[in-house]
Each structure stands twice: as structure tokens, then as C-alpha cells.
Write a protein that binds this ligand. Structure first.
Ligand code: SF4
Length: 211
């Protein structure tokens, strides 16, 4: 991460006590804002924190889902930590959510996703990544509205897992939900990134500083 960046956890100092969603404030353990390298070229976005992340306050940690993603990040060279680390040492990648508060018994409502959207939009605007990885169908559809010209209902994450979709300003590389992936699905994603993304010049003309 940049010399000027002092923490990977919630580096944009977003409200750690946000109470904008009445149905989530009393049942969450933590508001899990984004985590990672603010100069990252890659941003991974899931629908909501898993139970481990809700407990720890750090995205994609504390349970099997988190470990699967951290293993992927390690395989791709984005993480220098063990997959079960509670504070992964990440570079060139940022991890975040559509909604930062977890209800233990249900997924977020459309209204909660809309209410939380300004946090995600601000992170993406400030990071200005090259590649966004939407995890799961709902995240893919939500990002498709903002970053592609296709109709959101034309996307199917099962079909588009581990493929590249050209977008407006960013490319999307969708991923199946972590708890729905087989090891073969995970390997296909890693191979796609290695061969079809890292293997070409994926950088768009954004005036980024060199790495
Ligand atoms: S989900 Fe987002 S907007 Fe809603 S309370 Fe949590 S941080 Fe705030």
C-alpha cells in the first residue's frame, strides 16, 4: 500500500457507527467498511459481510468463506498472509460490500442496498480501480447498473463466473458466491485472472501512477 496510507482497515474513515438502516443497527456486530490498498487496481465486492466478518469487523475473515477468498488473493499475489489471518496483509486489492451490516437471519433488502450505496460509490470513486470483481448474482446486477451498458437482468453469475465483461471505466470479472463455489470454480477464477487479465494490458488510460 502507499507510504501515505496508514491503515488497511476502513482507510477512508467512514462512519463506524452508521445508523442509516434501522433494521440492521441492532443486530449487527460491526459496521464492516472496506479494507485494503487504496491504490489497488482490483476491488472485490460482495453483497454483505459473512458471519466471520461481522464478528471481526474485517471483510472476508473469520470463517470458511473468508478463507476461500484469502486463499484466492494469496494465489494471485494480492496477499502475503495466511488465509486464516484476521488482518490480511494486502496489496493492490481492496475488499468491500454493497451493505456493511449483517442481519443474521436474512439478506439485505433493496432499500438497505440503496441506502448503503454512497459508501461503495465513494470507495470506488476514490480508488478508481481497473477491475471490479462482483461476488454473487445480486452484486453483479447492482454493479451492472452503474458500470455497464447491458440490462442488469441480462447477467447470470453462473454463466459469467470467471469471465471478463467490459464496462464503462472498469472491467467486471464476476465470481460465484464464495459458499457456492466448488474448488474447480475457484481454480477457474484464479486461472482466468492469471491468463486473461494479468496476461494482457488490462490498465485503461486513467493516468494512474506506475507500480
Ligand atoms: S448497511 Fe450501510 S447504510 Fe445501512 S447501517 Fe450499515 S453501514 Fe449504514
Amino acid at each position: 500500500m502507499d507510504a501515505e496510507q496508514h491503515t488497511l482497515e476502513n482507510p477512508f474513515s467512514m462512519d463506524p457507527d452508521c445508523e442509516n438502516c434501522p433494521g440492521l443497527c441492532d443486530v449487527r456486530e460491526n459496521v464492516v467498511h472496506g479494507y485494503g490498498d487504496v491504490g489497488g487496481e482490483f476491488v472485490f465486492v460482495a453483497e454483505r459481510p459473512s458471519s466471520g466478518a461481522d464478528e471481526n469487523g474485517i471483510p472476508f475473515t473469520g470463517d470458511e468463506e473468508g478463507e476461500r477468498l484469502q486463499r484466492i488473493l494469496g494465489d494471485l499475489g494480492f496477499s502475503r498472509s495466511d488465509p486464516d489471518s484476521d488482518e490480511p496483509d494486502l496489496q493492490n486489492v481492496f475488499l468491500t460490500y454493497l451493505t456493511r451490516c449483517r442481519h443474521p437471519e436474512r439478506r439485505p433488502t433493496d432499500e438497505e442496498i440503496l441506502t448503503c450505496e454512497p459508501y461503495l460509490n465513494a470507495e470506488i470513486r476514490m480508488i478508481n480501480p481497473e477491475i471490479i470483481v462482483p461476488i454473487g448474482q445480486r452484486t453483479l446486477e447492482a454493479l451492472a447498473i452503474d458500470y455497464t451498458t447491458r440490462a442488469p437482468d441480462s447477467f447470470d453469475v453462473t454463466e459469467e463466473h470467471a469471465t471478463t465483461i467490459r464496462g464503462r471505466g472498469f472491467e467486471l470479472v464476476p465470481m460465484l458466491e464464495l459458499d457456492e463455489q466448488t474448488d474447480d470454480d475457484t481454480e477457474a477464477f484464479v486461472e482466468h485472472l492469471r491468463e486473461s487479465v494479468f496476461g494482457r494490458d488490462y490498465r485503461q488510460t486513467k493516468g494512474r501512477r506506475g507500480r
